[in-house]
Structures are given as structure tokens and as C-alpha cells.
Design a protein around this ligand. Structure first.
Ligand code: NAD
Length: 362
């Protein structure tokens, strides 16, 4: 099992170190190799995704990714900015399926901006198509408007497009994921207005026939955004396109209180994956030892489950995280009265201690 560890910028190295520590505490053998990515790679090699880093990521079974970015790179040309490394990895590895669970831990119910009864026990899985849609569709650009309301004025345009195979493969991913959960899929689109969405809806419905044990319903994206705050627990697996998924997964993430708790996985057809926390590089707290490492540790658990075929080890990490939260330890972002505030390293140590204790007990 070969893991490429790309820690990146800001809090990336701090949080990734804790996830590596947790992986090493398991009784499994991993080959781990590190490489620079993002702003630090640009500083050292003149590019946010150096050839050697991409080569390592391609050869590995999985990539454990910290975060990239810092305000100091904002003036660089777009292709050289740290965030381009992530886009480059997604594209080169064909990571079309993005899994973003939004789970509300019992102990953190108070951290959400919604009423506790709405989110207690929340467990949603958003599956976002990651390599198509308006973010990648061609043509795109700026020009003098050839027609429209203001011919001759400056305009910009993007192209929203989806092909049948792109929709089919993400639909299969969603139905298969639902089979391992409560067997319900909500497909989100805007089929009342968009041709791409109508194709999306038709194809998802066709694929559903191959999964008679899974219930499918369709929802327009505007209603889905509303239902996520009105009655979030009505959802189980949500499958949607790149742009709608981008927006809805952030909305779902915030329901749970802290972005420091949320893992993510991006997979290709060979189940090779990139695993990273849902948050960014948090330059405001970098180097202070206060960042929450749990999203990265939980991303490592997803890696064990999806790419490395070690579901028991994934369960063990997730259960250790729950134990640590139940014991009252909190990093600053999830701290509340009556709990004990700890730093990044102490939080990682506590997860390791919980894992080790359980192993010793057998
Ligand atoms: P951010 O997610 O880095 O931070 C938003 C807020 O959340 C900050 O106050 C930060 O301190 C806090 N936060 C984030 N992660 C935390 C953690 N683990 N523990 C405690 N607090 C945490 O978003 P931003 O500030 O908009 O962006 C900062 C940089 O990160 C930018 O350069 C941006 O481009 C980049 N970014 C990278 C990724 C990625 O690598 N996948 C994703 C989003 C943003």
C-alpha cells in the first residue's frame, strides 16, 4: 500500500503529520513518500505541481493531501497559483467522484448554527461529479457580444456540458454507495431549465433500474438548498453535478458546525483516490499548533476504506475520533464551555492513544 503524502501549505504540514501518526499506529504496513505541492512547491521548484510530485501521485494507491494556498501567491499568474496543483491532480488522475460526508457528532451538536433537533444524528453523503460541467466545459472566454441584449459590449461565457458516460459512471458510484447505507439517493439538478440537467435526470433514472433495492428521488437544486437547512435529515446520499455539488457540499458542511471536522475523498475508476480535509490552508492559524487535525485524520480513514481495502482499520479510526470527542477534548474551532482545549498535536496523540488502548484490549 503506497501512499503519497502531499502536505502543502499553511496548516497542511501540521494536520497531515497527525494523520500520518495515526496511520502508523495501525498494525498495517504502508510505504509513505512525501513530495512538495502548492505554494511551497512553487517556491522550491517554480511550479505548484512539479513533475516529480505528479509522478509520485500517479504511482501511489492513494494520496493524502493537506491543503494548499496562501494570500502571498494571489498575484501570481493563474496557472502558477497553489490551487492549480489540486486541479492538476484531479485532472491527471481522473478523479471524477468526490465524496463529502457531512456528519454531525453528538458531542458537537451545539456547534451548528441550526437547532440541535434538526441536526442531531445527521449523516449525509454528498457525491459530486468532479471533472465535468461548467467548470471544465469548452468553449469559454471573453469577447465582444455578437448578439443578445447589448450587442458589441464586453461579455463572458462558460459552457455547461455533460455526456451520458460521465453521468452514468457517477450515478453508479452513488447507487453503490447508497447500498452500503440506507438505500436512498436524491439526485439534484435543474431539469426545469437546463438541457444538461434533463439529460442528467434521464440517465440517473435509467441507471436506477439496475438498482431496484435503492429508492431514487429527484430534486431541483434551489429546493435542495432550502431543504438542507429546513430538514437536512431527509437526505441520505445526494448525487449532483460539479457546480451544484460545490455549493451544496459547503452548505452541508457548515450544518455540522466546524469545517475542521470534515473529510473528503476524490476517486477515479480504479479506486485510486485523493484524500483531504474539506477546509483550506488556514494561513491565519498556520504554525500556531491550534488547527484541528480531525478532518485530515478522518480523510485517512476514508482512504483506508475506499482505496486500500482496509474497512476495519477505517472503522477503528472513526471510533477513536468519537471516543476522543466523548472524552471532552476539543481544538479551538470546536471548543465550548466545559470541554478541554487542546492543540493539534495533543489531539492527534489522543486519537493514537485511543486506537492503541483498543488494540491492547483486543
Ligand atoms: P480556510 O478553509 O483555509 O479557512 C477558513 C477559516 O476556517 C479560517 O478562519 C481558518 O482558520 C478556519 N479553519 C480552516 N481549517 C481549520 C482547521 N483544521 N482547524 C481550525 N480552523 C480551521 O479558507 P480560506 O481562509 O478561504 O482560504 C485560505 C487559503 O486556503 C486560500 O489560499 C485558499 O485558496 C486555500 N484553499 C485551499 C483549499 C485546498 O487546499 N483544498 C480549499 C479551500 C481554500
Amino acid at each position: 500500500m503506497k501512499i503519497a503524502v502531499l502536505a502543502g501549505d499553511g496548516i497542511g504540514p501540521e494536520i497531515t503529520a497527525e494523520a500520518v501518526k495515526v496511520l502508523q499506529a495501525l498494525d498495517l504496513k504502508f510505504e509513505m513518500e512525501r513530495a512538495p505541492v502548492g505554494g511551497c512547491a512553487y517556491d522550491a521548484h517554480g511550479h505548484p505541481l512539479p513533475e516529480a510530485t505528479l509522478k509520485l501521485a500517479k504511482q501511489a494507491d492513494a494520496v493524502l493531501f493537506g491543503a494548499v494556498g496562501d494570500w502571498k501567491y494571489d498575484k501570481l499568474d493563474r496557472p502558477l497559483r497553489p490551487e492549480q496543483a489540486l486541479l492538476g491532480l484531479r485532472k491527471n488522475l481522473g478523479l471524477f467522484a468526490n465524496f463529502r460526508p457531512a456528519i454531525c457528532y453528538e458531542e458537537l451538536v451545539g456547534a451548528s448554527s441550526l437547532k440541535p433537533e434538526l441536526i442531531a444524528g445527521l449523516d449525509i453523503l454528498i457525491i459530486r461529479e468532479l471533472t465535468g460541467d461548467i467548470y471544465f466545459g469548452q468553449p469559454r472566454g471573453r469577447r465582444s457580444a455578437p448578439d443578445g441584449h447589448f450587442p458589441g459590449s464586453e461579455e463572458a461565457f462558460d459552457t455547461m456540458r455533460y455526456s451520458r458516460p460521465e453521468i452514468e459512471r457517477i450515478a453508479h458510484v452513488a447507487f453503490q454507495a447508497a447500498r452500503k447505507r440506507s438505500k436512498r439517493v436524491t439526485s439534484v439538478d435543474k431539469a426545469n431549465v437546463l438541457e444538461t440537467s434533463q439529460l442528467w435526470k434521464d440517465v440517473v433514472s435509467e441507471i436506477a433500474a439496475q438498482y431496484p433495492d435503492v429508492a431514487l428521488d429527484h430534486m431541483y437544486v434551489d429546493n435542495a438548498a432550502m431543504q438542507l437547512v429546513k430538514e437536512p435529515k431527509r437526505f441520505d446520499v445526494v448525487v449532483t453535478g460539479n457546480m451544484f455539488g460545490d455549493i451544496l457540499s459547503d452548505e452541508a458542511a457548515m450544518l455540522t458546525g466546524s469545517i475542521g471536522m470534515l473529510p473528503s475523498a476524490s476517486l477515479n475508476e480504479r479506486k485510486q483516490g485523493l484524500y483531504e480535509p474539506s477546509h483550506g490552508s488556514a494561513p491565519d492559524i498556520a504554525g500556531k499548533g491550534v488547527a484541528n487535525p480531525l478532518a485530515t485524520i478522518l480523510s485517512a480513514a476514508m482512504m483506508l476504506r475506499f482505496s486500500l481495502e482496509q474497512p476495519e482499520a477505517a472503522d477503528r479510526i472513526e471510533s477513536a475520533v468519537k471516543d476522543v470527542l466523548a472524552s471532552g477534548l476539543r481544538t479551538a474551532d470546536i471548543h465550548s464551555e466545559g470541554t478541554k482545549r487542546v492543540g493539534t498535536r495533543e489531539m492527534g496523540d489522543a486519537v493514537v492513544a485511543s486506537l492503541t488502548k483498543k488494540t491492547t484490549k483486543g
